[in-house]
Design a protein. Structure first.
Lengths: 470, 476
């Protein structure tokens, strides 16, 4: 019996001109956004790989100089993009793409693509994720709002139930029919997406295929929740019109209101300093040190070295005391940076939790968080790369200062080294986080999405059982 | 007379409609929330602007004291931070922070002010790469989503409220069978619909304008009455566009349900889908040039310059004889040498940037043609321009900072080249950044385009609605 209902619903939907046109529109937008995202990701990946190679070449061919001059010269790091980012560009337009790794300071990521664009380009980006998060639920609503309410208005619900079919079977049949029709749209898109991912040749790093599979699962859960919710409302509402109004309100709150409410709420709950304040604090702490992190004292450093080597003056030291002091300052700076940047990133993360928590009112927020996380374009994975780049910078500085300390004497400013030292520095090898890392961070969103799914199905079951016949 | 009767009836209907009152109440709450967010953001920016001013004053004061102490025989605190050196006094530690006051109506529209920098530290080393900096410290996630400000409520939510109030303005009367009765009175369908919608428009626009004016009054936005006028005009035009669109759809003689579906569809296409599709088409057809290449070019320029210092100094002195007073090119000091390299890097950077910016401007000009397709984009553009938080004001600020950086260099470079020391006296002659805010006429001229286009769309739907209303008969 369910099969019959499903087939009837499926045929109904396909014959409905409204569905045909809106599906064609949504399908076209989905394909265009996938193609566009894929093309952009491919270009960005090539460009970043080329830029990273050039940056390394600049480092290798910087010529003869003192290792500390080389540390000041530094090297640029470019943020790589995961292959899956073509589905969801996430916060990438709003994070910088490159960072200068130089002596003495941790720099910010610069070059945010959004700064180059216009205000109009901020009010909507067409990515596959946007289509899936916003337009698909709308399509589901349009297909489902009349499922019960419409039959009731036409008086056919009584007839249907008179055939002896259970209400739950009826609901299941309708849900299957609508899902079948939607799958005609989604299955090809998923196939295209999977093919695009494979063609992009993502390599084994960061478990791209597993990420893609979970991503598909997340969206499936989201759509199922919307379908069940729409059925529940349709069974509850007295008229199809009421059902539509209620569902559209849910859609507007879910997609438009809640996300922005979360922004201002998160800023109010977890304020961040102004850029000026942040920069001045770091500058000031670097100059004076803070409690527990004293600024290294050069004379004291020298005295300690003299005692350690049992000599009277710095000229007798077998190592370069300046190199030792430079490294001590570097480590002092690192602690100051960790303290300030750590607090800032933590505030961002707490703001992210506000967004995730508000997902109890708007499942989109949970899905968006998971989607960006799986595509590798969320704030946490930006931080992950930023930390890797900073770790690399610190290692680079340690090597340069170490070379100077061990191979030159105090006061010898003529000491220079060449390509053999530069080339001995290993390249920045970034390992993007695995699926487990991403999901481990996203427990809250997973739980909220799961609750929405279970709650919507439960609501549908309850409402369908209680649905009035006429 | 007839109009007054209709108005009185409308008022009674509104008072009796509980769901409608709830919706209107919710809308007021959203307006209030949006305004609070905007005001908090404005205060945050104002505090930052104040902090930059204090910073500027404190730096000068500290230099003054140290220079006086040195004149009285004290030693500079460090040979590398000797304030008598023009590279120190005009360098990073002596930076002057050039700052842009928040747009007069920032409290109403945050716009680009959370993304684009509104202050720069200017010193002798300021060059094109100094402008590649992030604006305010902000969570990228929040930047991506955007703020809940009045501009958002107006562009996205206001049309929905308008449609909810007017989707059945005629169809309901027809469905209830009261249309024939109404039109049997000495009144035309045009008058009935116009008065009904005028009442609702007054209600909705009145609420938004009241909250806007409250915000403007509370934050001193009335210092620029032209902007407030532009803001209000945009809101009224945009709201009327949606009211008239609803009236037009109502004249098509379909059911209320059909009207609602079509109007929500129109909102979805014009406000949500079209802007996104336009952006996608724009970035596909007119991709912005990448900044990543700039970094490479910048790096290569500076490598090159450092390697050819002496040669560069000779050329610099040839190019800038006015800077060369008292400098002997054969025995340049360290400062002169390094300045020649710095200047060469700057020139090369300017070339690279100019090339990049020219391509960017070309692409943006193309992208901006598409905005005429969506009333939402047009309204947003006019609103941000009115608020002073649009792209143009920030671009103008950056231009002014470039000019200021040039003045700053002109002040210090002769001393750098000559290897001279500076005294406390120069502190009073230091160039200061005096921002010139956009002229009202400038803003008006720029905002006329989107506002006129929006008005054009309004005229278009009005014509459709007018013709349709002329055909409405009570017997339909």
């Amino acid at each position: 019996m369910i099969r019959h209902i499903a087939r009837k619903e499926f045929t109904d939907v396909l014959r409905d001109g409204r569905f045909r046109w809106s599906s064609i529109l949504v399908g076209a937008l989905l394909l265009v956004s996938l193609a566009h995202g894929w093309d952009q990701t491919r270009k960005a990946r090539q460009e970043h790989a080329a830029a990273q190679a050039t940056a390394r070449e600049h480092w290798d061919t910087q010529g003869e100089k003192n290792p500390h001059s080389a540390a000041h010269y530094g090297i640029y790091a470019f943020k790589p993009r995961l292959a899956l980012s073509f589905v969801d560009e996430g916060v990438d337009p709003y994070t910088g793409t490159s960072v200068w790794l130089e002596a003495h300071r941790q720099n910010d990521f610069l070059l945010r693509p959004a700064q180059d664009a216009t205000a109009a380009q901020r009010i909507g980006a067409l990515t596959a994720a946007q289509v899936l998060q916003h337009l698909l639920p709308l399509l589901i609503i349009l297909l489902t709002f009349g499922a019960f309410a419409g039959e009731r208005e036409r008086g056919t619900l009584r007839q249907l139930l008179a055939t002896g079919i259970g209400r739950r079977e009826l609901a299941a049949g309708k849900a299957l029919g609508i899902a079948g029709a939607l799958s005609l749209l989604l299955a090809p898109a998923a196939l295209v997406g999977a093919a695009a991912l494979v063609v992009a040749n993502p390599g084994p790093a960061a478990s791209p295929l597993a990420r893609a599979a979970v991503l598909a699962g997340v969206y499936l859960a989201y759509f199922t929740a919307f379908l069940a919710l729409s059925l529940a409302v349709s069974a509850w509402a007295r008229s199809a019109r009421t059902a539509l109004v209620v569902l559209l309100t849910v859609w507007v709150v879910n997609g438009l209101v809640a996300p922005r409410v979360a922004v201002d709420l998160s800023k109010r709950l977890h304020p961040t300093p102004s850029a000026l304040e942040f920069a001045r604090t770091v500058e000031q702490e670097m100059a004076t040190g803070v409690e527990g992190i004293p600024r290294p004292d050069r004379d004291e450093s020298t005295r300690r070295l003299l005692a350690e080597y049992g000599v009277e003056s710095v000229e007798d030291l077998p190592i370069n005391a300046v190199g030792v002091y430079l490294q001590e300052s570097e480590e002092f700076g690192n602690r100051i940076f960790d303290r300030n940047y750590g607090a800032l990133w933590d505030a961002f993360e707490r703001q992210g939790v506000v967004h995730e928590t508000l997902a109890v009112a708007a499942p989109l927020l949970a899905v968006r968080t998971l989607s960006m996380g799986l595509a590798g374009t969320d704030v946490e994975q930006h931080r992950h790369f930023a930390s890797a780049a900073e770790t690399y910078r610190r290692d680079l500085m340690r090597r340069m200062n170490g070379d100077m300390t061990e191979n030159s004497l105090t006061g010898d400013f003529t000491y220079t080294v060449g390509a053999e030292v530069w080339e001995a520095v290993p390249p920045l090898q970034y390992a993007a986080p695995t699926l487990g890392w991403v999901l481990g961070n996203r427990g809250l969103s997973l739980a909220v999405l799961g609750t929405w799914l279970a709650g919507a199905i439960l609501a549908a079951a309850v409402r369908v059982r209680r649905a009035e016949v006429g | 007379m007839a109009a007054r009767t209709i108005l009185r009836n409308e008022w009674r209907l509104l008072m009796a409609d509980r769901p409608l009152k709830i919706v209107l109440g919710l809308f007021v709450i959203l307006l209030g929330y949006a305004l609070t967010n905007g005001v908090l953001w404005l205060r945050f920016q104002e505090r930052t602007v104040e902090a930059t001013r204090t910073g500027n004053a404190e730096r000068i004061h500290a230099f003054e004291q140290e220079l006086e102490a040195i004149e009285n025989g004290a030693e500079p605190s460090s040979p590398f931070a000797d304030p008598r050196s023009p590279l120190v006094l005009g360098g990073p530690s002596g930076s002057h922070t050039a700052v842009l006051e928040p747009g007069p109506l920032t409290a109403l529209a945050v716009g680009q002010s959370d993304l684009l920098p509104y202050y720069y530290d200017v010193n002798v080393y300021t060059n094109e790469s100094s402008f590649q900096q992030n604006g305010e410290v902000e969570n990228p996630l929040n930047l991506m989503v955007g703020r809940f400000d009045l501009a958002f409520v107006v562009v996205y939510l206001l049309p929905l409220l308008v449609l909810a109030l007017s989707f059945n303005v005629l169809s309901e009367e027809r469905e209830q069978g009261t249309l024939a009765l109404t039109l049997s009175q000495p009144v035309s369908a045009r008058t009935v619909v116009t008065v009904k919608l005028a009442f609702r428009a007054l209600l909705v626009a009145g609420m938004v304008l009241a909250v806007s004016l409250l915000g403007a009054t509370a934050t001193g936005g009335f210092g620029s009455p032209g902007r407030v006028l532009l803001w209000s005009a945009t809101i009224v035009t945009y709201a009327l566009f949606w009211f008239v669109l609803a009236a037009w759809v109502n004249t098509l003689r379909r059911s209320s349900a059909w009207n609602a579906t079509v109007l929500v569809g129109a909102w979805l296409v014009l406000v949500v889908v079209l802007p996104a599709a336009i952006n996608a088409a724009a970035s596909l057809l007119h991709p912005l040039p990448s900044r990543v290449e700039m970094i490479t070019a910048q790096r290569e320029a500076s490598n090159d310059a450092v390697n050819r210092r002496s040669e560069l100094l000779a050329r610099y002195l040839e190019d800038h004889p006015e800077m060369a007073e008292g400098v002997v090119a054969d025995e340049p000091g360290l400062g002169a040498l390094s300045w020649a390299a710095t200047d060469a890097v700057n020139r090369r950077l300017e070339e690279v940037t100019a090339e990049h910016d020219a391509r960017r401007d070309e692409q943006i000009a193309l992208v901006r043609r598409y905005r005429f397709l969506s009333p939402a984009i047009l309204a947003q553009e006019a609103l941000l321009d009115a608020a002073g938080t649009g792209d143009a004001r920030f671009a103008d600020f950056q231009f002014q900072v470039r000019t200021f950086a040039e003045q700053w260099r002109e002040f210090f470079v002769p001393a750098i080249l000559a290897g001279e020391q500076m005294s406390a006296r120069v502190l009073h002659d230091l160039p200061r950044f005096r921002p010139r805010d956009e002229e009202p006429t400038e803003v008006a001229r720029r905002a006329t385009v989107p506002l006129a286009a929006l008005g054009g769309l309004l005229v278009l739907v009005s014509a459709g609605a007018g013709i349709g209303l002329g055909r409405v008969r009570g017997a339909d």
